[in-house]
Design a protein around this ligand. Sequence first.
Ligand code: NDP
Length: 245
Amino acid sequence: MSGIDGKVIIITGASSGIGEAAALLLARRGARVVLGARRLDRLEALAGRISQAGGDCAFAVTDVTRRADVAALVNLARERHGRLDVLINNAGLGLISGFDERRVEDWEAMIDVNLKGVLYGIAEALPLFRAQGFGHFINTLSTAGLRIVPRQGVYAATKNAVRTLTEALRQEAGDKLRVTNISPGFVRTEFADAMTDPTQKAAVLEKMERIAISPEAIARAMAFAIEQPPEVDVGDIVVRPTAQD
Ligand code: NDP
């Protein structure tokens, strides 16, 4: 199956930002989307918008740090549609700060969501992909992992851990599965809201206001990877503002 129409696509972190934009765009293009995030009210509102526009949408409250939640999300797709074409591991946290701040709980949260959350997604979807004989992992990484800068070390490390493990996954996957990493630069989302270091939060908000691009730009990159013929595996896509240094 190529294209987007009819594909069953799970998106984690779908309640805002890039995940929300991807849900809207992919549903508009005929995908049957299955959405996960922690905020039920946001998922309900988004599902309502998609359904009103004639799209097919299911959702489940999902905390990707809980393996059982991720398993339930994959099961929801399987039970509702009998298949899963794409898992978009998009949920993520960027709690940036310098090492001297010793915000160890933030480091742990980023490891839990950005790394372990993706691993749970792989663990739960891979057996289904193998049984079907097709499947596509898409991971939202970051340009933070490509140009390493101060105060983004732990965040970049979690994203680059996924970059590393997915190269092995790609090689193990054989000729039936696809693995795509998308690295956004500055994107206008709610990304800064969770930050605990007020100085870094203010700096990110200021820069976001100045140079960030729309989350639809990342959604379009996801759509590009998904719509390729089954034998075409788009490996890495970097999408950043022209104004980003
Ligand atoms: P948002 O904060 O708008 O979206 C983050 C999403 O992740 C939300 O839907 C949030 O939903 C979800 N999320 C957070 N923690 C969990 C969790 N434990 N379980 C399930 N879902 C969770 O930011 P973005 O859209 O920008 O972020 C999306 C991805 O893009 C992230 O992986 C981020 O690292 C990456 N990225 C963003 C960039 C940017 O400039 N905005 C740049 C580079 C990469 P909820 O709170 O409802 O659970």
